[in-house]
Design a protein around this ligand. Structure first.
Ligand SMILES: [Zn+2]
Ligand SMILES: [Zn+2]
Length: 393
């Protein structure tokens, strides 16, 4: 069944039902006529055979609510069959031939069509290649991109997290299925023939377009504007989405989630969602790219004599680091694979910085030991080189 059939054939007339017939009425009329003109009951009668085919075709369209809606819309577009196609255009309001309009019109073959051969191709393309939601679509429009922010804990940023995001955006109005019309059946705007744009005039080989003033760029006109959305077809909708934030994000990073933005209009794709991530600080761990950092206090004797030091890791068991004898204060050592998760799933390192801690209180025994240490090192002056260098330059 072609668009041409839709416009040329009055299926309601074929079945003898009114345009607002219910599904049951259509079914009943079809059954009655099908029995009457069935080939088995009219052997050799070609007229009855033709009629039976017509009846079946009409039922195929009107008996299917989705097809019926498309059919109604196609006919509404051309004034309920007032369109009389033909090479001469006799009696029709449109003066060009259907081959151009429905065949190669969009490729520019419909030269005789004046200004809108291509425009009409668009109308039909949109009208009959619609998405699944079944609302009237003229020209698909991509949904808006949405910006939002989220604050993650330090660990969530390292490991990745699924967080609920509450967002409000413009979505198709539920009351009118986004059509803007109270009956869910808007008219295609005659000014812009559904494109939502009008030419502003052309010059220098290019043309400019403006949003159509009559339909405000929607391509559709609501005869009975929906009360909820005042005919705009759009409504503010809040939704909470579970969003997966990948592992390894850092503070201030902006991630793009494709297709998670505002829903598209008339079958258009959804926009994207941009999430700016804030990461809370951690009391123990810091971060340098893929690496985590931690500062570990050691005693003077551990640093001087060497030893094994236990170091905490983020979300895992502690690791033991071997401190070589004579480790200076502030030296950084590396615990491999204990850092942040990288894009490929591997982990960076944990950078462990040694900080020699000075006891603020000493027990008697410790004091005695340190006094003895002072005795033993009395000839050593750690500042001798400092003064030497200060004089030199
Ligand atoms: Zn318009
Ligand atoms: Zn509405």
């Amino acid at each position: 069944m072609s668009t041409k059939d839709f416009i040329e054939k009055d299926y309601y007339k074929v079945l003898g039902v009114p345009k607002d017939a219910t599904e049951a009425e259509i079914k009943k009329a079809y059954r009655k006529l099908a029995r009457e003109f069935h080939p088995d009951a009219n052997k050799g009668n070609t007229k009855a055979e033709e009629r039976f085919k017509e009846i079946s075709e009409a039922n195929d369209v009107l008996g299917d609510p989705k097809k019926r809606k498309e059919y109604d819309e196609a006919r509404a577009l051309f004034g309920n069959g007032g369109f009389r196609p033909g090479p001469g255009g006799a009696g029709g309001s449109f003066n060009f031939d259907l081959g151009d309009l429905f065949g190669g019109g969009a490729q520019g073959q419909g030269q005789g069509a004046g200004g809108f051969g291509g425009g009409l191709g668009d109308v039909f393309g949109g009208l009959f290649n619609r998405g699944s939601s079944g609302t009237t679509r003229v020209q698909p429009r991509r949904g808006q991109d949405i910006d939002t922010e989220v604050t993650l804990s330090f660990t969530e940023a390292i490991e990745g997290a699924t967080v609920p995001l509450r967002m409000s955006s413009q979505a198709p109005c539920k009351a009118c299925s986004g059509t803007g019309d109270a009956n869910g059946n808007p008219r295609v705007c005659p000014t812009c023939v559904g494109t939502g744009q009008v030419a502003r005039g052309s010059g220098g080989g290019f043309s400019l377009t403006d949003p159509c003033p009559d339909c405000k760029g929607r391509g559709l006109i609501a005869e009975n504007p929906c009360e909820i959305c005042k005919g705009s077809g759009r409504a503010k909708s809040s939704r909470t989405m579970q969003v997966r934030i990948p592992a390894g994000v850092s503070d201030g990073q902006r991630i793009r989630l494709r297709g998670k933005g505002a829903p598209g209009e008339r079958g258009g794709p959804a926009g994207d969602l941009y999430v700016t991530v804030h990461v809370a600080t951690h009391p123990v761990f810091g971060r340098k790219g893929d690496n985590l950092t931690v500062t570990v206090p050691v005693t003077f004797s551990e640093a001087a004599l060497g030893g094994e030091v236990r170091v905490p890791t983020l979300g895992g068991p502690a690791v033991t680091l071997k401190l070589p004898p004579g480790t200076p204060n502030g030296r950084t050592m590396r615990a491999r694979g204990k850092g942040a998760v990288r894009k490929d799933g591997t982990r960076g390192d944990l950078l462990v910085t040694v900080e020699v801690s000075v006891p603020t209180e000493l027990s008697g025994k410790a004091r005695d030991a340190l006094e003895a240490y002072r005795e033993a090192t009395v000839g050593e002056d750690p500042r001798a080189e400092l003064f030497q260098a200060a004089k030199g330059a």
